[in-house]
Design a protein around this ligand. Structure first.
Ligand code: GAP
Length: 509
């Protein structure tokens, strides 16, 4: 079993992800991306943009679908969030422990109930079984968990809270009634911190798209059905940020709003679900670790209640295994957002068919909404491969198109006869690929470093290079070596990066 601690340690050691404000002890829920993490994130971002905007999929009619991109402001007129429902509804019910002052999401607490017991221990849903038994022992209760029924706190009546022993305390009755806690960060626009100047950091990129739906329609030649895509930061004051970058307070989303005729929403919902699943496989996530899940009716967001609901693409992260965690949701938002903005702003959001002006309607929206930073975590978890036979003990099996560095050029020694051709090759290749030129240390240590950062190919320059112009190519996964001519290196790499090999769905073999 892969331990998340090892993944987090590698990410810090090799410069993928650091705790934000590390030198001041960090800030819970905030992360910085280091040199390699930034490259990795940019690669995923660029492949998504290509798959959605510059080279979108072929639609059911055999021609490419039409999607345009935008980049909207993070802070918008606060009326946006009233109209979208986020001011009134974007909140989690929370309970406080009056003794420890800790705050919990109500749906994250599990309670062991028993009609025979007058105290019902509660613990966080992620508490390991051994810990639960320890707590039972501490409370002087039978250690056998099977004597109790495990229920979610949300299913208990508030009057039963008097019996509940909160996590980290030993007496019952310290949990408060649930309170709504709005997840939006706010700030003030202008010089004074008054209620009139209050504004919000966007909790999703989607609303920037709805605000610009009319502008895009009026300024470009798009016709229904079409999509508007956006990638960018989103902010949520999550109550329990956790699992590394999985749930953070500042993160990035890749969202696309697909505007279509209401009668065609179901067809497009299925289409986008299939396309998005293909995408995640194409960047290297294995089918075994991906599942599709329909949201239960009580989980649906306010905008999805009337429609076809939401289907999630979920990934088996090490901390959710054997279960899965959400990677992307494909929601049917109906005409909820456009109607709300029409009502709150007074701007008409109706679409008029250019061929038939009698045909007017407010489009329905299918929304594939993915986490970019959460996608980066899935890619790292998927790539993390333990191999005790090699010096690094571990390597990152990224697909070449995703890998932060596509290749490393390694002169066998630091002598000029090896370094000069290595530098020449590096200068040629860097025009086209992200390449590492690594001169120092023995070759074994350099291979180990490249394995740990997931570089698929290492090209070594040695005496044979001087004699016959060939270089050694070392494959990261198999560690097999072959010799190719130095003039063929660029072509070799080009072949490996080809999207065709991505579409085959697998990581580099
Ligand atoms: N516009 C719809 C929307 O925002 P969402 O399910 O709340 O839907 C979409 O978010 C995706 O954004 C999620 O599937 C997840 O990948 C990512 N995401 C949401 N909250 C996140 C958080 N706190 N940290 C990291 N990623 C998050």
């Amino acid at each position: 079993m892969i331990d998340m601690k090892d993944i987090v340690a590698l990410c810090k050691r090799r410069g993928f992800v650091f705790p934000a404000s590390d030198i001041y002890g960090g800030l819970n829920g905030f992360w910085d991306y280091g040199p390699l993490g930034t490259e990795l994130k940019n690669n995923l971002r660029d492949l998504w943009w290509k798959a959605m905007v510059t080279c979108p999929p072929i639609g059911p009619d055999g021609t490419p679908v039409e999607i345009v991109g935008i980049d909207s402001a993070i802070i918008q007129n606060p009326k946006t969030w009233e109209a979208s429902g986020h001011v009134g509804g974007f909140s989690d019910p929370m309970v406080d422990c009056t003794e420890t002052k800790k705050r919990y999401r109500q749906d994250h607490l599990v309670v062991l109930t028993s009609p025979k017991a007058d105290r019902w221990p509660a613990f966080h849903e992620e508490t390991e079984d051994g810990e639960i038994e320890k707590k039972l022992k501490k409370l002087g209760m039978p250690k056998d968990v099977s004597l109790f029924e495990k229920v979610n706190l949300t299913t208990l009546d508030v009057s039963d809270y008097a019996k509940v022993v909160a996590p980290d305390v030993s007496e019952p009755g310290t949990l408060t009634e649930p309170k709504q806690f709005n997840l939006m960060f706010h700030t003030f626009v202008g010089a004074t911190a008054t209620e009139d100047n209050k504004a919000y950091l966007r909790p999703e990129t989607a609303q920037g798209i709805f605000l610009n739906y009319k502008n895009v329609l009026d300024s470009s030649r798009v016709k229904i059905p079409f999509g508007i895509a956006q990638i960018g930061k989103a902010y949520r004051n999550e109550v329990t940020p956790r699992n590394f970058i999985f749930r953070s307070r500042e993160f990035e989303q890749m969202e696309m709003e697909w505007f279509c005729h209401p009668d065609e929403a179901e067809k497009w919902h299925t289409f986008w679900f299939e396309e998005r699943t293909k995408f995640w496989k194409s960047v290297g996530l294995s089918s075994d670790n991906l599942i599709m899940r329909e949201h239960d009716s009580d989980e649906l967001a306010h905008y999805a209640k009337e429609g076809l609901g939401t289907s999630d693409i979920e990934y088996r992260f090490p901390f959710t295994a054997p279960g899965y965690g959400e990677l992307e949701g494909i929601a049917h938002r109906c005409d909820f957002d456009l109607k709300q903005h029409q009502e709150h702003s007074g701007t008409k959001m109706e679409y008029v068919d250019p061929q038939d002006p009698q045909n007017r309607f407010i489009p329905h929206v299918i929304e594939p909404a993915a986490g970019l930073t959460r996608g980066v975590l899935a890619l790292i978890c998927e790539a993390y491969t333990v191999d005790e036979s090699r010096p690094s003990g571990v390597y990152l099996n990224f697909h070449p198109a995703i890998a932060p560095k596509k290749a490393a050029i390694l002169p066998l020694t630091a002598k000029d006869e090896h370094v000069a051709p290595a530098q020449k090759l590096y200068l040629e290749l860097r025009e086209e690929f992200a390449i590492d030129l690594d001169i120092k240390q023995n070759i074994g240590k350099r291979y180990a470093r490249q394995d740990e950062i997931g570089t698929p190919y290492c090209f070594t320059i040695d005496n044979d290079t001087i004699a016959d112009g060939t270089v050694t190519v070392r494959d990261r996964n198999t560690m097999a070596q072959e010799r190719i001519h130095i003039d063929k290196v660029a072509e070799y790499l080009r072949e490996k990066m080809k999207p065709a090999s991505i579409e085959a769905g697998a990581k580099a073999a």
